[in-house]
Design a protein around this ligand. Sequence first.
Ligand code: UDP
Length: 451
Amino acid sequence: MESEGRNGKKLILVPGPFQGHLTPMLQLATILKSKGFSITIAHTHFNSPDSSAHPDFTFLCIPDGLSEEEVRNPDLMGLVLRLNVNCESSFRECLTRGTNSMEPVDKICCIIYDAIMYFSEAVARDLKIPSIALHTSSAATTIVRPILLQLKAQGHIPIPDSMLQALVPLHQPLRFKDLPLSNFGSLDYFLELLVLASNIRSSSAIIFNTIHCLEESPLAELHQQYQVPIFPIGPLHKLAPTSAVSLLQDDTGCIPWLDKQTHNSVIYVSLGSIAHLDQDQLSEMAWGLANSKQPFLWVIRPGSIPGSEWIESMDEEFKECVKDRACIVKWAPQKKVLAHDSVGGFWSHCGWNSTLESIGEGVPIICQPCFGDQNVNARYLTHEWKVGLELEGEIERGTVERAVRTLMKKKEGEEMRQRVLDLKHKCDVSIVDGGSSCHYLSKLVELLRSF
Ligand code: UDP
């Protein structure tokens, strides 16, 4: 993308400390840098990004006060609440103490923060700096979150079995079971975070990593709900294709392996950066893939299988059976993988970044949502855009085998591929001159320059 000069208005960007949150914020930073802004990434010590991959940005570490024990605690919602409490004063101090690496406060034109890092807005308001929130999930997810609060008030959480399959009034195609509930730790923490992160308080605008044509109706609702401009600017990874964002080391060895496979033959399997599998699920996935006879590239994160460092506990018989048509890695260069000619399908947990990356490359999806917004994304993929197959219920090898065959070999899969290629084309159109994301990006830049 073309640079628009070096007048260098200063922006502070505050990402959330998880892969799915860091990725879009760093991509946004790359885009705004190319528009002539100077960028400081203010990040927590916990899960801090690799500053050496972004020599053009200044990095500012906010002391987050988390103990080793808090970092190991799987209650991610509690951890985010704590971060917000701990970081507010340390962030204010970072901005006001005027170290050499930091710009004077009056030179900062805006703080752009991940909605889950809402302490940033409090600091911005206090220091009279304009702020803008970035939502890293879809507009559809954001619009239905308040329904969870209503359900809680009515005593319907956990959602009773009798309601799960019913459609949510005014929010078709979502069923109650698709609502973005988290299963990480305490429900109370989750709902508290939901309230705090949905309230943008004094912020001037909200940015979404989405595309107008994908989410026209939820975006229209958001426009009514929030009294500030909404900027659907996505997919960010296509607007900032060079942005290096991985917290883990990519295993690039899978690319030469993909080079040896035939066109659209490989199913790529990844459940993102947070989801875990138990031994039974691992085994059913493995044998379903083996029995499908399709070549596959599978990402298994170290530590994602309880009781196992990596894949040492996997069946030797399985390993022997798939050795000529499987590649298993710890972390893949996912965007390159999805863009590869030999990849014909993605078995995904449907995180929002993965969803956009798959659509952006025209790859149809087997949807296996694990929690939260992944449920909403999966339902949109299968029932709104019709580019995905739903894997429902317990993972079972027979179901997996049939789903892989359907996606990769049957007419139904081919029809999904055609539809997702059509969406890819719409994505491509949205990011060039005259396209919607390009238009909203110009509007955002205009607003930032006006501060
Ligand atoms: N990712 C990757 N390599 C992998 C698995 C995932 O680069 O082996 C990236 C993926 O491209 C995406 C991000 O990690 O950008 C995961 O974000 P997402 O929102 O899909 O899911 P989350 O990890 O937040 O559940």
